[in-house]
Every structure is written in C-alpha cells, then in structure tokens.
Design a protein around this ligand. Structure first.
Ligand code: ZN
Length: 158
C-alpha cells in the first residue's frame, strides 16, 4: 500500500479492526520509510448485480433501496429487532453466493415474501400488495387466478 506522504510501498500494520458491521477491515498503517501514519480499508469484492424492473429499466442492485422498500412496506409490523436488516443481509448474501449477474425485480420481491411469510402475516400481505402493485380487490383476485393457472400449467407439464 503506497504511502500518501512519500509514495513508498512498504508499510507495517499497527492495528486492524472490523468496520462496517464486519463487511470491511480498517487498518492503521505506518510507512517504513517516513513513519507517516495512514488508514486503509479492505472489503470483499462483490460483482454488481443488475436488477431488471417491471418496466424493463435496469439498475444496479442497491442494498439500501431494498432496505427502504421493505421498511416502508412493513412499517409498524416487524420493525423490532432489526428483522428487516436480517432479511436484507440474508437476501444479499444469497444473491452474491448464487453468482448471478442479473435478476428480475419481481424475483427479489418473491424472495422477500418467502422470508416474510414465516415472520409476520400482516407484513407479508402488505409487502405483497405494495410489491405486486395492487390497486384494489380485483388485483388480489387476478393474482390468485394467475396462481391457479400456473399450477395447472405445471400439472400439465409434470
Ligand atoms: Zn512514507
């Protein structure tokens, strides 16, 4: 790591500690040439994931956006105990471990619903209605109808 003061590339580490909730390591270093002290951060390299939205737009997966979305949908239902954080952590880890480069926003929504199912019914239904863009009872009915169609299609194939 190059010294910001004299550009020498040899330094010794004085101190290492976890930062950013364990996602990076902060190191305090001292230049072996001029004794200048500086700080470096080391983090795991992750491949950016592209999210394809319903309208066909593409954007880079954003952890904070997903966190905000779930928090808004689940307000006053599962805000206690950092459960939303845990859901987002698990989901992000799963995405990076699966090594995919692209995912439909709807798929992410279904992954969230999968997790909400076991945690809180109200949060589940609320997130489903926001995520699937329900505008009224007809949308619920339409979704149920399409579930039935999906099932019968699978039955035909299987
Ligand atoms: Zn130096």
């Amino acid at each position: 790591m190059q010294c910001p003061s004299c550009q020498n590339t040899d330094s010794r580490v004085l101190e290492s500690r976890a930062a950013d909730a364990g996602r990076s390591v902060r190191r305090r270093r001292e230049c072996l040439n001029c004794d200048f002290r500086f700080t470096t951060y080391e983090r795991v390299e992750t491949v950016p994931i592209t999210v394809i939205k319903r309208n066909g737009n593409r954007e880079t997966f954003s952890r904070s956006k997903l966190l905000n979305g779930i928090t808004r949908a689940c307000e006053k239902t599962i805000t206690e105990g950092n459960k939303v954080q845990i859901i987002v952590d698990e989901l992000e880890t799963q995405l990076h471990q699966s090594n995919i480069r692209e995912i439909q926003s709807l798929e992410i929504g279904e992954m969230v619903l999968e997790r909400l199912k076991g945690i809180n019914e109200v949060a589940y239904i609320r997130f489903a209605s926001v995520y699937r863009n329900f505008h009224g009872i007809n949308d619920f009915v339409a979704t149920l109808e399409s579930f039935k169609t999906d099932k019968s299609q699978f039955a035909t194939i299987g």
